[in-house]
Design a protein around this ligand. Structure first.
Ligand code: AMP
Length: 194
């Protein structure tokens, strides 16, 4: 049994060009609903974000979205989710998403997704939390990011232990395997592709 009750998903507010990513986001949502894991996300209806939320809602699950007032138009606040929290600013949004979540998953996305990933990874590096962070490396989308982090370590700007702060998995099944494992037995997967 997966010992978490809520999972924060960071992903693109765009659809991207790879047609596999929207069904992937929907499938993740469906699997979360079946496992009774609540989705915490940025609250939008657009792109992979909306697809993941729809995947949960269409399968009887629970979704909490957190969106700043000023993004209500751009990311189109999702009115069909369990609860949409409208907050004052980005900092409040990200902090609330963090507090409501037991773990974090990253799907393909853009600069906002990267920013969200690095915030929780660097908070972990600073010892501010110990929540699992798992990058779903769909079709090798995040390979270059993993390579960049390797070269940062090789160049001496991060410790090799930086690899321990997040895992990279190649499938939704593997994501839930990792989340189900007791923390002390969790070996980070690094890297892996679908
Ligand atoms: P993107 O990956 O650029 O499509 O953005 C995905 C989500 O990240 C969107 O909901 C953005 O609002 C959010 N996001 C979080 N932090 C930032 C930031 N500093 N700049 C832009 N977007 C951000």
């Amino acid at each position: 049994m997966t010992p978490i009750s809520s999972l924060c998903v960071y992903c693109g507010s765009s659809r991207g060009v790879n047609p596999a990513f929207i069904p992937l986001a929907r499938a993740l949502g469906q699997e979360m609903a079946q496992r009774k894991i609540r989705l915490v996300y940025g609250g939008g209806r657009v792109g992979l974000m909306g697809a993941c939320a729809d995947g949960v809602m269409n399968n009887g699950g629970q979704v909490i979205g957190v969106i700043p007032q000023h993004l209500q138009d751009r990311e189109i606040g999702h009115s069909g989710i369990t609860e949409l929290k409208v907050v004052d600013n980005m900092h409040t949004r990200k902090r609330m998403m963090f507090d409501l979540s037991d773990a974090f998953c990253v799907l393909p996305g853009g600069l906002g997704t990267l920013e969200e990933l690095f915030e929780v990874v660097t908070w972990r590096q600073l010892g501010m939390h110990d929540k699992p962070i798992i990058v779903l490396n769909a079709e090798g989308y995040w390979d270059k990011l993993v390579g960049m982090i390797d070269s940062i370590i090789d160049d001496g700007f991060a410790q090799p232990s930086a690899r321990q702060y997040f895992s990279v998995v190649g499938s939704i099944g593997r994501l839930f395997d990792l989340l189900a494992a007791p923390a002390e037995t969790q070996e980070p997967d690094y890297p892996e592709r679908i």
